[in-house]
Design a binder for this molecule. Sequence first.
Ligand code: FES
Length: 145
Amino acid sequence: MEKTKEIYAVCHVNDVAKRRAVGYVLARLDESGKTVPFPIVIARHQGRFYGYVNCCPHQAARLDFEPKQFMDPSLRFLLCGKHGAQFDIVSGICRDGPCKGQKLERVEIIVDQDEICVVGVELAEEDGLDRPENDETPEIVIQPE
Ligand code: FES
């Protein structure tokens, strides 16, 4: 029997404006069962939503080195503010910068009744694990399947 994937509502579709990206810090359990922050970024591009772990493949910094800044000035690429890596929004591949060719880790998301939901990640029900000035902290809602 296939295990049902958990679905967690993170935000409403209107919370992520066109050609923008928003960061959220969820909480997940590590291998030892400890609750650890799970920062993600959700980007909206050409009517679709893309989720990634908010961790640059270059030096594992958060992309929003400057609080809430995820996009390059043209709004065409995700940007790591630490050293300027630019990532394709659809593929997550770095197109320019010190980690060119490397990829952001994708987070599977779906849109369900205008809610953007993370799928297939075991999250802990805890929030407030991060800088409050820098992140939206959603109320995690577990939706039974
Ligand atoms: S840590 Fe992101 S470009 Fe260096």
